[in-house]
Design a protein around this ligand. Structure first.
Ligand code: NDP
Length: 503
């Protein structure tokens, strides 16, 4: 921060005598080219903005710590999880997904829930959402999906036809759509929502044994949501309400916290589970895979500069530490590439040097060199290659991830759509939601889907009916659709349904 009482300077330390009047030829101008202070000030201002994140553009962040509360060494060798009571510094960022940087915090959207752990073995990033599942399960569909959530290329308006056309052609989205249109799609604040890894990850212990795991950060503040009308009103009244709430709560010493629960399966248990553990549209039912409480996440420090610490924060699901690795989940595999790639575009090749992203507890010792904005001595005069015989950093074979057997032909394998794809959405509707939750869900869907073409309403209502008879019936009635026609569509295969509602 600029010190009080110091003389104002330009970017290169030159003292500034006057910061109110441009240098002109005569009192009425024109402005002189030799006013280098003015030129420097304007040209830096012109470059103040960096590319907006293509998703998760609007967000808020804070620092804190993670504390281990249970022995997980039988499952992972990660050093930061090695001892009960051990604390690791973290930076967390919460966000909406589809809206631009100036959009409202109360929009219906999943919320990003990203945590960077500054561990002694390098940074570990858990880049999740406030929902345990996702809309699609193949990364090839991701750019198309996001286009439909953003603005119509012609009108630059949000477009219910694009939105529901894609989702009704993507029936595996039904589970996430049901969560999104419940009041969990509009959390009251970032403090009052859970965070989920959504993906399955691999933990491996010191013996090299593999466990498949899912992370659940359960809010200690309790779940609180806005109803559809409350969220709508909040968008106008205070578009920054969740950003404000997080900052204000921490500033007054009310530190939000989350309890980390893990679902953990051995490979043999995973084989016996009804659900494909690498299909991100499914959860692992708690009854079959009881979660284990392993730690506490606490946020207790606000950033001092939003741009430096929150806008430039770069989370990356491929930031693993020994003891934690990827699973074959196809969506995760796509993200392993895409996050690093987008940060290279948005922040540049040396974004790992930005203090919020730097591995504070395990300084970099790589042979990566140079590039724009390399702000340290870049490895100095030491070797910039491996192997070398000058005692410079060497790989440590003890850090290797145990091999994972993979087999099968290389091909573009499709997920076959089965009735199983509707079961968990139906369970959520029928057995988890209260009647008040269901009434909100149906009203929220009717309000949004009602803006789409009739044929898209029919096609999507048929999917709700396939999830649960009452669910589909209430949506159809709310939209004034012919229930017999919706039933007929629901009984068809997806291909026939699409053909029957083609235009
Ligand atoms: P449980 O009764 O053990 O768990 C139900 C879960 O649903 C709880 O974690 C609860 O979160 C969460 N929940 C409550 N209301 C909503 C909502 N409107 N939207 C999303 N989640 C909600 O049941 P099962 O584990 O057998 O799962 C049943 C269904 O619950 C699943 O099909 C899935 O739709 C949903 N669910 C399951 C999760 C899992 O990992 N098993 C995680 C989240 C949802 P909380 O305790 O925080 O209120």
């Amino acid at each position: 921060m600029t010190k009080k009482g110091k003389t104002l300077t330009g970017a290169f330390g030159r003292p500034v005598a006057n910061d109110l009047n441009s240098e002109t030829a005569g009192a009425k101008g024109p402005v002189l080219m030799q006013d280098v202070h003015l030129l420097e000030k304007l040209s830096h201002f012109d470059r103040e903005r960096i590319p907006e994140r293509v998703v998760h553009a609007k967000g808020a962040g804070a620092y804190g710590y993670f504390e281990v509360t249970a022995d997980v060494t039988p499952y992972t060798r990660a050093a930061f999880l090695s001892k009960v009571g051990k604390r690791t510094e973290v930076f967390a960022r919460f966000s909406t997904v589809g809206g631009e940087k100036g959009s409202a915090d109360a929009e219906r959207d999943p919320r990003g829930f990203a945590v960077k752990f500054y561990t002694e073995q390098g940074n570990y990033d858990m880049v999740g959402n406030n929902t345990p599942v996702f809309f699609i399960r193949d990364p090839l569909k991701f750019p198309d999906f996001i286009h439909t959530q953003k603005r119509n290329p012609g009108t630059n308006l949000k477009d219910p036809d694009m939105f529901w056309d894609f989702l009704s052609l993507t029936p595996e989205s039904i589970h996430q759509v049901t969560i999104l249109f419940s009041d969990r799609g509009t959390p009251a604040t970032y403090r009052h929502m859970n965070g989920y890894s959504s993906h399955t990850y691999r933990w491996y212990n010191a013996k090299g044994e593999t466990f498949w795991v899912q992370y659940h950060f359960k809010t200690d503040q309790g779940i609180r949501n806005l109803t559809g009308p409350e969220a709508h009103a909040m968008c106008g009244a205070d578009p920054d309400h969740a950003t404000r709430d997080l900052h204000a709560a921490i500033a007054r010493g009310e530190f939000p916290s989350w309890t980390l629960e893990m679902q953990i399966l051995t490979p043999a248990q995973a084989r016996d589970l009804r659900w494909d553990i690498f299909d991100i549209t499914k959860v692992w039912p708690h009854g079959e895979v009881p979660p284990m409480t392993v730690g506490k996440l606490v946020l207790d420090r606000n950033p001092v500069n939003y741009f430096a610490e929150v806008e430039q924060a770069a989370f990356n699901p491929s930031n693993f530490v020994p003891g934690i690795g990827p699973s074959p989940d196809k969506m995760l595999q796509g993200r392993l590439f895409s996050y690093h790639d987008t940060h290279l575009h948005r922040l540049g090749g040396n974004y790992h040097l930005i203090p919020v992203n730097a591995p504070k507890a395990a300084p970099e010792a790589s042979y990566q060199r140079d590039g724009a904005m390399r702000t340290d001595n870049g490895g100095g005069a030491g070797p910039n290659y491996w192997p070398n015989s000058f005692g410079a950093p060497a790989p440590d074979p003890a850090m290797a991830e145990p091999p994972l057997p993979i087999e099968g032909p290389a091909a573009r394998h499709a997920y076959e759509l089965t009735d199983d794809d509707f079961v968990q959405a139906g369970t959520l509707y029928a057995t988890v939601m209260t009647e008040a939750d269901r009434a909100s869900l149906v009203a929220n869907i009717v309000g949004h889907l009602g803006g789409a073409q009739k044929r898209l309403q029919l096609r999507q209502a048929a999917l709700f009916l396939k999830a649960n008879e009452d669910y589909g019936t209430r949506v159809a009635k709310g939209l004034g659709l012919d229930l017999a026609q919706v039933r007929k569509l629901a009984a068809m295969t997806q291909d026939k349904r699409v053909a029957a509602t083609a235009s």
